[in-house]
Design a protein around this ligand. Structure first.
Ligand code: SF4
Length: 771
């Protein structure tokens, strides 16, 4: 048994804990406390005037897109006062902060000391105000000019034995325009090594849906929520991760829709909502959201779906033609008979047990949907980050097809993306596995031969760093080290790079665990004013429902040394490719309209981009599945029912399943604060949520200090000094916060087909902490 070194990053091994406080978990989300918390953050970070100016423009037509999640804005009327949630306001407070990090800060703070801070402390330092360079063997970042930075990167890239020795990562925030030019540069440079944050979240959705229905995106619009009978929400916590979804759910409820929530934890935002924009909400009166709450065990979704399908089939046999949509099935699907036959191997009792539910609970769910056909099924990473993530996505499609609930108003599939424009990045061909047709089009429009072989995704990139196959890592946004699994392994892999480069707005952990040399390139945030040729500019983004909309920042940037992402890409491309490039990078650096004009030539659905993006509210991308037409690669115009086995969940003696979750004071790797108000956890993030029966059996008291271990692949992975919090979670299941527990997620534990790390299910052992 080998042990991972615990030397780095230092923050993974704190010597003491904070002062944890526990209160009762909440049964509703938002309300006045949400407004108050958001305003405190805004005032503290930005000052009242700057903050309020930003909030009034956030998510408004002609304003800027929240850099938080990818939940859509209403097509028509938007609130003139507040078209954002608590977490949107916190995202603004983070990026619009007036704290800035200049050369003096970096002269005073050695990298090794900064690396001892946790992600929350690092993030609160402020905005990066100028390009920074860490020389080989140096202890401090020092300010450099943009010319120096571009030349340094270009020299390193051009010195590689092959373009495949570099990888170019993208995080969701990057605009359509910058994403397109970025992939263009990377492909002209000669590689498809384009890992992106999507590899770690909804890749199972993209793979599963593309395979099944011909498009790796959802099929509903926001308006479908207002005209539906039942909404099923699986493996998703909208109260924290997509808070404005609660307004849509409230409206759906007012119009008579029922909601079924499926989650191992009783999340406040799935139970009730106090809408702070209504008199009722201000008075503290909540709208009950879930009509039925199914507290599945971790990854019990597949068993639940199969049990529902089996019970629906039984009801259909009892009353033929009343439950299944035979017209839809006949017209659009294949494999119906074999699929139903495959369910015969299961007993409902066994499926219920595997799901962690009673048969009666599943029957209640079936009663809610059996006579309805307008059903929306939403999901997020509780479904996708499992070994069987792709199969579960396809099982969701199976259920929707039995009910004919795809491709008509008020019905459909709704994967909810967690990061603004993560969907747009992929539309712009930020992808390690581009389709031949996409590459053909690049060749036709630009006249160079793009590389054809598949590149590295996130997990493959980390392994390639470890094996010495990658020498240069360029990250367009994000906090790679904190977002990725197996933290110590990844940190050691990143240390082997020759050069690591991050385009960033704020300081983060990935700047502090670096290659031999490192650069930080400071860029504009969404809310920053972007001026080119004396004119205010806008970029554009795609939300979770395929709407492309302009985003125009308006706040004064904290420094005159910031550069927008598109210009960074174009200048880097020019410096790297020089006269061997066939692309006029200067033209695209100076004009987003010029960028949009070429996007219109390459990407289907973007015809007349410059006109359509200027329409108030933007425009919808084409989505054949939404119209009830299926154009699949393997099966033509029919969708096959997928037959997948039940996942096996075996635990050795003393083992538990661990899922990683986010706190309410967090957005992905950005930690806004140390509280998780809805779950009643305050002032500490190193907690493990446990069922009280499990605690008794293991002899743990509440607030006992413990160490957590994973032993996959014969390696001991340790996360030390956590506190046990008794919580309403199924027996055998535990939950910890990401990124603190990422250290336990094995690099080799990935979803079949999508290669997504299984951050929602890791086998762990828990032992009392040894001081
Ligand atoms: S719901 Fe998402 S996009 Fe909307 S304001 Fe909140 S964090 Fe931002």
């Amino acid at each position: 048994m080998s042990k991972q070194t615990e030397q780095e990053p230092a923050a993974e091994n704190p010597e003491e804990l904070l002062n944890l406080k526990l209160t009762n978990p909440k049964e509703w989300a938002a309300g006045i406390p949400a407004v108050a918390v958001a305003m405190v953050d805004i005032i503290k970070e930005t000052g009242m005037v700057r903050g309020v100016e930003g909030l009034f423009k956030m998510n408004q037509k002609g304003g800027f897109d929240c850099s938080g999640c990818a939940w859509p804005d209403p097509d028509d009327d938007r609130s003139p006062i507040a078209e954002y949630c608590e977490n949107g306001a916190k995202a603004l407070a983070e990026e619009a902060t007036t704290k800035k990090l200049t050369g003096e800060f970096f002269a005073e703070n050695p990298v090794a000391e900064l690396a001892k801070l946790n992600d929350y402390e690092i993030g609160k330092k402020g905005r990066i105000a100028q390009p920074l360079y860490l020389a080989k063997g140096a202890t401090h970042y020092t300010p450099v000019s943009w010319d120096f930075a571009f030349k340094k990167i270009a020299d390193e890239l051009n010195a590689l034995a092959s373009p495949d020795e570099a990888a170019f990562y993208t995080s969701g925030r990057t605009s359509n325009e910058a994403s397109f030019m970025y992939q263009l540069f990377v492909r002209e440079f000669g590689t498809n090594n384009m890992p992106d944050c999507s590899n770690m979240c909804h890749e199972s959705t993209s793979v599963g849906l593309a395979d099944a229905i011909g498009i790796g995106k959802g099929t509903v619009t926001l308006n479908d929520f207002y005209d539906t009978d039942v909404i099923i929400i699986m493996g998703q916590n909208p109260g924290t991760n997509h808070p404005r979804m609660l307004s849509a759910l409230e409206k759906a409820k007012q119009k008579g829709s029922k909601i079924i929530a499926v989650n191992p934890l009783h999340e406040a935002g799935l139970m009730g909502f106090k809408n702070p924009q209504t008199v009722k909400g201000i008075l503290g009166i909540k709208t009950q959201l879930a009509d039925l709450y199914l507290q599945v065990r971790i990854n019990g979704d597949m068993a639940l779906l199969k049990a529902m399908e089996k019970l629906l089939y039984k009801a259909e046999l009892e009353n033929p033609g009343s439950v299944f949509d035979h017209d839809f099935i006949k017209k659009n699907t294949t494999g119906y008979v074999a699929f139903l036959a495959s369910l015969e191997q299961y007993e409902v009792d066994d499926l219920a047990k595997a799901a962690g539910l009673t048969v009666n609970e599943i029957e209640q769910a079936v009663d809610l949907i059996k006579n309805e056909s307008r059903i929306i099924i939403c999901w997020a990473m509780g479904v996708t980050q499992h070994k069987n993530g792709v199969a579960t996505v396809k099982e969701i499609v199976n259920l929707a097809m039995l009910k004919g609930a795809i491709g008509k108003p008020g019905a459909g599939l709704c994967p909810v993306r967690g990061h603004s424009n993560v969907q747009g990045n992929r539309t712009m061909i930020i992808w390690d596995k581009p389709k031949p047709q996409q590459l053909d089009k690049l060749k036709e429009v630009f006249g160079f031969e793009p590389p054809r072989g598949h590149g590295y995704d996130v997990v493959e990139s980390i392994k390639a760093m470890d094996e010495g196959k990658l020498k240069v890592f360029f990250a367009m946004g994000g906090n790679f080290l904190s977002a990725t699994p197996d933290t110590l392994f990844t940190a050691q892999a990143m240390r082997k790079l020759k050069l690591s480069v991050h385009v960033s707005t704020k300081l983060n952990r990935s700047h502090l665990v670096h290659g031999e040399e490192a650069l930080i390139l400071p860029t504009l945030s969404r809310s920053d004013k972007d001026v080119l040729n004396g004119e205010d500019q806008f970029i554009s983004c795609e939300n979770s429902m395929g709407v492309i909309q302009m985003s125009k920042g308006m706040l004064k940037p904290v420094s005159e040394h910031l550069m927008n992402e598109n210009q960074i890409v174009c200048n880097l491309a020019k410096a790297t490719l020089g006269s061997r490039s066939v692309i006029d990078w200067d033209k695209y650096a100076k004009s987003y309209d010029a960028v949009r004009d070429v996007i219109a030539k390459v990407i289907p659905g973007f015809e007349d981009y410059n006109q359509k993006v200027r329409l108030p509210g933007g425009f919808y991308l084409p989505n054949a599945a939404r119209e009830g037409k299926f154009i699949t690669e393997k099966n033509g115009s029919v969708v096959p029912f997928n037959i997948a086995p039940l996942p096996k969940h075996e635990l050795a003696a003393g083992e538990y399943h661990m899922t990683t979750i986010r706190s309410h004071d967090q957005f992905n790797t950005t930690i806004y604060g140390l509280n998780d108000r809805y779950r009643g956890i305050h002032n500490e993030r190193r907690v493990i949520l446990m069922n009280e029966n499990d605690m008794k059996k293991a002899g743990f008291k509440a607030e006992e200090k413990v160490d957590l271990f994973n032993y996959d692949d014969g390696v001991e992975r340790a996360a030390r000094l956590f506190v046990v919090v008794p919580y309403n979670i199924p027996e055998g299941n535990t939950a910890t916060y990401y990124p603190e527990a990422n250290v336990l997620v094995p690099i080799n534990s990935v979803a079949e087909q999508s290669n997504t790390p299984t951050s929602k299910l890791v086998n762990i052992k828990i032992r009392k902490h040894l001081a």
